[in-house]
Design a protein around this ligand. Structure first.
Ligand code: ATP
Ligand code: LTN
Length: 334
């Protein structure tokens, strides 16, 4: 009898800290969608992580629902994939505690995101911010994930996840699969439209620096037209041409064209034509997502039902790994 080949497992998560940007979309979410056809996928709204920056409670609730709707709006099928909210699956916080005890203070202190965020929010350098990577490791290891689609800024957290898993496996025998990062080439790091040496970030105070996934066509076109470039007026990817490189990356991600093809397409043309084409490609890319989001966000009962189902499916898998880890550590079993 023919047996269906077991699919490899993918897990990723995104924090509900605001409307995601084109950077989040091209760097991470678009790959989530692509991978959802070929892998067994678990995708989470990382609400536990987001309280490290103490959001206003009503805002956190609203953003969690919106982020969940947005994940379905990009085309993730809640029947085929497991789409859930992290705090609905108790195992995440439970395994994170265990992993805290197998992580050295020094290795957590080396995380650049921790250093960056502590500098940005000196008034709230909490222990949750410090142990952020062990919660992320728990997210990943609970599902025995083979691949984790992320933007390049999260690579260090993937490395610490592997280190913790290896250490635990070394002490107690095989418990966790060692996950590989999956970093899409072109969209790995989309830069700010205003300061193209900085990553595009939804928390940027200058709204012209980022494109939100729910911006309308006018706003997208305006922001791309005012994107910082250089005085050369020649479309190719080169050193010191951060703004143009970034727009080329965005265009490549949206159209599937290579950098060489893009250079050829705009030979002899200026930045005006180039920017107009980039804007149109981005508008077309995001248009169906926004339409589907608007439809879904009006149907809270449906979203709640999907969340409930996602939480149950995720808990089933996560609890299996959690029980295994608890047994290995030596917790008394009833
Ligand atoms: P913030 O800017 O508020 O600190 P963020 O935009 O980095 O947050 P996260 O929720 O931390 O958002 O990231 C979600 C995913 O998007 C991660 O996989 C991250 O690597 C990816 N990502 C974020 N910004 C970019 C970017 N500019 N380019 C490519 N990928 C990105
Ligand atoms: N820290 C991630 C969000 C995140 C995540 C995860 C990503 C939380 N848990 C597990 C991949 C796998 C970020 O994007 N800032």
């Amino acid at each position: 009898m023919e047996t269906a080949e077991k699919k490899q497992i993918v897990l990723s998560a995104i924090q509900p800290t605001g409307t995601p940007t084109l950077g989040n979309y091209l760097g991470a979410l678009k790959n989530w969608k692509t991978m959802s056809n070929d892998y067994e996928c678990f995708y989470a709204v990382a609400d536990l992580h987001s309280i490290t920056v103490r959001p206003e409670p009503a805002q956190l609730r609203r953003r969690t629902l919106e982020m969940y709707a947005l994940l379905l709006a990009i085309g993730l099928d809640p029947e085929k994939n497991t789409v859930f909210v992290q705090s609905h699956v108790n195992a995440h916080a439970q395994l994170a505690w265990i992993l805290n005890c197998y992580t050295q203070f020094g290795e957590a202190a080396r995380m650049t995101q921790f250093k960056d965020k502590s500098e940005k929010h000196p008034e709230n350098v909490n222990v949750g911010l410090f142990s952020y990577p062990t919660l992320m490791a728990a997210d990943i290891l609970l599902y025995q994930a083979d691949f984790v689609p992320i933007g390049v800024d999260q690579k260090q957290h993937l490395e610490i996840t592997r280190d913790i898993a290896e250490r635990f496996n070394g002490l107690y025998g095989d418990t966790f699969k060692l996950p590989e990062p999956f970093i899409g080439k072109a969209g790995a790091k989309i830069m700010s439209l205003q300061e193209p040496t900085k990553k595009m970030s939804k928390s940027d105070t200058n709204a012209k620096a980022f494109i939100s996934m729910l911006d309308d066509a006018d706003a997208i076109t305006r922001k791309i037209k005012s994107a910082v470039t250089d005085s050369e007026a020649c479309v190719y990817c080169g050193e010191g041409k951060d703004g143009v490189n970034n727009l080329m990356g965005i265009y490549a991600c949206c159209t599937g064209k290579s950098f060489d093809e893009i250079t050829a397409e705009f030979e002899g043309k200026g930045y005006g034509d180039f920017k107009a084409a980039v804007a149109e490609a981005v508008v077309e890319e995001l248009r169906p997502v926004k339409a589907e989001f608007d439809r879904l966000i009006a149907d809270k009962a449906y979203l709640n039902a999907c969340m409930q189902q996602g939480a149950e499916k995720a808990s089933y898998f996560a609890n299996k790994t959690l029980r295994k880890a608890m047994k290995k550590v030596g917790f008394y079993q009833l």
